[in-house]
Design a protein around this ligand. Sequence first.
Ligand code: ADP
Ligand code: MG
Length: 248
Amino acid sequence: MLNQELKELAIQLNLNNLRDNLDDYLLNAEQSNVSYCEFLKNVFKMEIEEREAKKYKMRLKKASLPYHKDFSDFDFNFQKSISKKKINILCEMQWIDRLFKLILLGPPGIGKTRIMVSLGVEALKKGYDVFFVSMTDLIDILKYRKDSYKYNLLYKRVLNAQVLLLDEIGYLPISKEEANLFFQLISKLDEKVAMVITSNKTFSEWTEFLGDPALATAVLDRLSFRCEIFNLTGNSYRLEKREHLFNE
Ligand code: ADP
Ligand code: MG
């Protein structure tokens, strides 16, 4: 009876974790003979933990990451052109507060997207809003945002993210109109958002990709202010760790 009353009070106070676990918590407290103080502290702690976990899940969903991997199983022996020490410093997230752009350059398969996604996961864990988008999808978002509810929603996520993860600049050529839309976005985000960008092209090749030298200079000028460039080298992880059906 009293338990039911307590549950209703928990509902009124939006204490969902307490509502769902009240019987267990009471039983546990009786069995382990904890003090009133300790009991109340544990109840509050569990409530906060559940809320944080829910918020993390929401942020993770909104981030649209292609997969959910942190650095715990990242092979630093394979990718030697970025040290574990540097990654650890990046995981402290000062670069986000200082609105830095991290630019990961290099050939396919060497872990650019993986490093970017894992930085995104670490940022999410620390409470930042993250949004992952490929360059091709970003261009679609910019082109169709005015005509489509879905693209408009995604456009807002781009604008509202604290960390924008922009994957694969330069893989596919873009038109002049698209390059212009991209430039407008970069100008709009300038000094407002931290970014990670991956590309298989060197900066000098970006001019060709963006089609217009003046525009490319303007984009690079904005991106290279407060930026850290990582020139990643090595072999493709996919090719080296390729699984085989036959052992011959
Ligand atoms: P890129 O974006 O440079 O083309 P990816 O990040 O997509 O390469 O890496 C290709 C695959 O290899 C992915 O499945 C990724 O998780 C894996 N991978 C790459 N580098 C590493 C690494 N150092 N440790 C563990 N997995 C890696
Ligand atoms: Mg990639």
